[in-house]
Design a protein around this ligand. Structure first.
Ligand SMILES: Nc1nc2c(ncn2[C@@H]2O[C@H](COP(=O)(O)OP(=O)(O)OP(=O)(O)O)[C@@H](O)[C@H]2O)c(=O)[nH]1
Ligand SMILES: [Mg+2]
Length: 448
């Protein structure tokens, strides 16, 4: 199985950090590795070439000044480049009201679900969204949109009509009557070579004059993403992209390539099948994710809003500070339960080696019992657990066989390693994160 881009880069940089000096030779080695990793992750050749040239130039220029921690330095340079390529600043929707948003894209990209997710997102921001069913080809498409609209209590404008521009026109009129501030148009999925369908959406666009024309792209599309984005942009003059299915095994490459190929901002990211699995696209978070640092900022933000500052502050400091004891593990476990395990797991690096499932959630009850049977000294100093006598006493106290205790210990060690991995990737970045957290800001991400 292929390693993900993040895993590859993490490995490359951890090798690099062990070298004492940053020389042209070891940068070249690292860059060759990065090049291979980026290509394997479906970033297009042209973009890889440019990126590597820029990074190399930046590294060698700073060699003498900062040769103490070369790995970190290269990570920072590559990270900055990725952020720039991915768009730099957060891209917002037009603030004109009423706002018309047209969603287009290939078959199965996630258009209909993204329409609904976007409506939900805007509704939470105080808007009054409406949905328009313009996919008259797939029999169940209108029904799918109606069901989603019902779930959110958002009006769906659907008509038994075979002419898409007429549907658009009727919806504009009726939505204005009921006071919608944003109208989102769901269109039929198309193969980009399907000329009649492209012509139809062009006509619809000419009629409704949307402020936003967003291309919905499956992030697993790989290299092909560049052609898709180019074709749609050439015919429909896109104002933004929505990347979907980022919760899957998507390679970061599609986002990078598309952004560079067409100069259109990525505005939103869909990260799951549920209506709430949708958020603004943060270039810097995506760059962290590609570089194997997990989406630490998202994790912090989510944790901050759901656990409360003080509790998270303590948790983050302990977990990432290196001294991760069993007592911390217990706190972590309890906090993770609060956050919702599945939701949290996708933000953490190393999830492929540390999968959290419903079954494990059940097993964690056993873990809790085991930890609660330990003395405080044992929780704080896990070395004490090398004693067979102690292990037997604890498992007996928890009412579980010794094998369960051994499994627990392994799991604790895995988690400890996971945090060590985050720390190794770029400790200075983590330090900043914790510092910003103290100050009420999170990295350089603007809160809106
Ligand atoms: N895991 C995951 N699944 C998604 C995401 N977005 C969409 N899907 C799933 O992808 C499938 C297709 O989604 P739709 O929204 O129907 O796609 P579409 O582009 O409207 O499809 P057509 O109308 O047939 O062209 C559905 O099963 C969705 O649940 C996502 O972000 N993550
Ligand atoms: Mg659809």
């Amino acid at each position: 199985m292929f390693e993900s881009l993040s895993e590859r880069l993490t490995k490359i940089f951890s090798n690099l950090s062990r070298k004492k000096n940053l020389t042209e030779k070891n940068i070249t080695d690292a860059l060759n590795n990065i090049k291979t990793a980026l290509l394997a992750s479906d970033v297009s050749f042209q973009i890889v070439r440019d990126l590597i040239a820029e990074v190399k130039h930046a590294c060698i220029g700073q060699r003498v000044l900062q040769n103490i921690q070369p790995g970190q330095q290269v990570i920072k340079i590559v990270y900055d480049k990725l952020v720039t390529v991915l768009g730099g600043e957060l891209a917002a929707l037009s603030d004109k009201r009423p706002l018309n948003i047209l969603l287009v894209g290939l078959h199965g990209a996630g258009k209909t679900t993204s329409c609904a997710k976007l409506a939900q997102f805007l509704k939470s921001a105080g808007e009054q969204p409406g949905l328009v069913a313009c996919d008259i080809y797939r029999p169940a498409a209108i029904e799918q949109l109606k069901i989603l609209g019902n779930q959110m209590n958002v009006p769906v404008f659907a008509y038994d009509h075979r002419d898409v521009p007429t549907i658009g026109q009727k919806a504009l009129k009726e939505s204005a009557e009921v006071g919608c501030t944003v109208l989102i148009f769901d269109t039929a999925g198309r193969l980009q070579i399907d000329l009649p369908l492209i012509e139809e959406v062009k006509q619809l666009k000419a009629l409704i004059q949307p402020e936003e024309t967003l291309l919905v792209v499956d992030s697993a599309l790989g290299q092909e993403a560049v052609n898709v984005a180019k074709t749609f942009n050439d015919t429909l003059q896109l104002t933004g992209l929505i990347l979907t299915k980022l919760d899957g095994d998507a390679k970061g490459g599609a986002a990078l390539s598309m952004k560079r190929a067409v100069d259109v901002p990525i505005k939103f990211a869909a990260i799951g099948e549920k209506l709430g699995d949708f958020e603004k696209f943060y270039p810097d978070r995506m760059a962290s994710r590609i570089l194997g640092m997990g989406d630490i900022v998202s994790l912090v933000e989510k944790a901050q809003s759901e656990i409360g500052d003080a509790a998270f502050d303590q948790m983050a400091n302990r977990a990432l500070g290196g001294d991760f004891t069993i007592e911390d593990f217990l706190t972590q476990l309890q906090q993770m339960k609060k956050l919702g395990l599945a939701g949290l797991a996708k933000w953490l690096p190393g999830v492929s080696t540390f999968k959290i499932s419903d079954q494990q959630e059940h097993e964690w009850k056993h873990i809790e019992a085991i930890i609660l049977s330990m003395t405080v000294q044992e929780r704080r100093n896990p070395c004490l657990l090398n004693s067979t006598y102690r292990r037997l006493r604890i498992s007996k106290g928890a009412g579980l066989p010794i094998s369960e205790f051994n499994r627990f210990l392994k799991r604790y060690q895995t988690m400890k390693k996971m945090f060590q991995k985050i720390r190794k990737t770029d400790p200075s970045q983590l330090q900043n994160m914790l510092q910003s957290f103290h100050n009420g800001q999170l990295l350089n991400v603007k809160k809106d």
